[in-house]
Design a protein around this ligand. Structure first.
Ligand code: DTR
Ligand code: CA
Ligand code: ZN
Ligand code: ZN
Length: 315
C-alpha cells in the first residue's frame, strides 16, 4: 500500500501534489569549469546530528531500530519530517517481512526530467542486537543531509532526483527488492543510476568504491583523487546490500563502503591510517554500534563524495 504525502501539500491537506519549484539560482554552489553547479560541502556536524537522533530513538525503543520494531518506524518518521519540511514529495511504501510490517521511505525532489531519475539510497533498519549507527545510520544520515543540501541550494538539476531509505535490509534486502519489483518495467528503465551507502563511517575505516558501473565508479574515484585519498575496489559486498536488486534489474549502480568485520591489513593502514590487524568495524552487528562507533573524517569524506556524485550525475 502506498501513502503519498508531500510536506507542503500535507499542510494544505492535499495528498501527493507535485509542487512548483520556484525559480532562483542554485545558491551555495559554484560553477565548475564545465559551467555546471558544483556540490556544496556537506556539514559533518549536520550528519552527526542525525546520528544523535537515531541513537536517541534506539535508546528509547529497546536499544534497536530493527525491522518491525518501534525504533524503525520512529527512525522513518524522523527522516520523513525533515524531508517534508524541506519541500520534498515523500512516499511511505509498506510491505510485510517475517510477519511484520515494514516501510520504505521515498523522497522526490520536484523538477528535473523524470525519464532520467538519479537515486541515492541507504537502508535505515538496524539489526535487533544494537542501534545500528554505523550500520546503517551513517549512510542514512549522509543521504538525508545531502537531500537537505539539495533543498538548501534549491538545486535544479537536469535529471530528476530521488532519495530512498530502505526497510528490512538486514533480513535480506527485502525493502529495496520490494521497491524495484513494484515498479513497472517502464519506470525501472527511467532510473539512470542508483547510488548505495551502507556503512560509510566505520571507526577503523577503509575507502572502498563499488566497481559495478564504470561511470559511477569513476565519479567517486575522481572525488577521492581530488582530495588525495586513495581508494580500493569494494570486494566484500557483491550482492550484500541494497544496490543488488537494482543491479539485477539492469540499473547502473555504485556506492561507497568503509568496511565491516574484515581486518585492515598493514598495507591498508599505511595508506589510510588506523589500526592494522583490527576489523574495519569491530562493532558490526553488535550492541556497541553506537554514536561512539563512528570515524568523523570518514563520515565527512563519504558525505561529501555522496553529494559530489549526486550533483555530477544529475546535472
Ligand atoms: N550487508 C551489509 C554490510 C556489508 C557487508 N559487506 C558489504 C559491502 C558493501 C556494502 C555493505 C556491506 C549489512 O550488514 O547491512
Ligand atoms: Ca563535509
Ligand atoms: Zn548490517
Ligand atoms: Zn548495512
Amino acid at each position: 500500500m502506498k501513502l503519498s504525502v508531500s510536506g507542503r501539500a500535507a499542510a494544505a491537506g492535499v495528498v501527493a501534489a507535485a509542487m512548483l519549484v520556484t525559480g532562483g539560482s542554485v545558491a551555495g554552489a559554484s560553477p565548475t569549469a564545465q559551467g555546471a553547479a558544483a556540490a556544496p560541502d556537506i556539514p559533518v556536524a549536520g550528519v552527526k546530528a542525525h546520528l544523535t537522533q537515531l541513537q536517541s530513538i534506539a535508546t528509547a525503543n529497546g536499544g534497536n531500530r530493527a525491522h518491525g520494531r518501534a525504533g524503525y518506524r520512529a527512525s522513518l518518521d524522523y527522516v520523513k519530517a525533515k524531508l517534508d519540511a524541506a519541500g520534498f514529495t515523500t512516499t511511505v511504501q509498506q510491505f510485510t517481512a517475517s510477519g511484520r510490517t515494514g516501510y520504505n521511505l521515498i523522497a522526490d525532489w520536484p523538477g528535473g526530467d523524470t525519464n532520467q531519475v538519479v537515486m541515492a539510497g541507504s537502508h535505515l533498519d538496524s539489526v535487533s542486537s544494537g542501534p545500528g549507527i554505523n550500520d546503517n545510520g551513517s549512510g542514512s544520515a549522509a543521504v538525508l543531509e545531502t537531500a537537505l543540501a539539495v533543498a538548501r541550494a534549491q538545486y535544479k538539476p537536469t535529471k530528476h532526483l530521488r532519495f530512498a531509505w530502505w526497510g528490512a535490509e538486514e533480513l535480506g534486502l527485502v525493502g529495496s527488492r520490494h521497491y524495484i519489483n513494484s515498479l513497472s518495467a517502464a519506470n525501472r528503465s527511467r532510473i539512470s543510476g542508483y547510488l548505495n551507502f551502507d556503512m560509510i563511517g566505520s571507526p577503523n575505516p577503509g575507502y572502498f568504491v563499488y566497481d559495478d558501473d564504470p561511470a559511477i565508479e569513476k565519479t567517486f574515484k575522481d572525488y577521492f583523487t581530488g582530495i588525495g585519498v586513495p581508494t580500493e575496489i569494494e570486494t566484500e559486498g557483491d550482492g550484500r546490500s541494497d544496490h543488488a536488486p537494482f543491479k539485477s534489474a539492469g540499473v547502473p549502480v555504485g556506492g561507497l563502503f568503509t568496511g565491516a568485520s574484515r581486518t585492515k591489513t598493514a598495507a591498508q593502514a599505511a595508506k589510510w591510517g588506523g589500526r592494522a590487524g583490527q576489523a574495519f568495524d569491530r562493532c558490526y552487528h553488535s550492541s556497541c554500534d553506537t554514536t561512539a562507533n563512528i570515524d568523523d573524517t570518514a563520515l565527512d569524506r563519504n558525505s561529501d563524495a555522496l553529494a559530489y556524485a549526486v550533483w555530477e550525475l544529475s546535472e
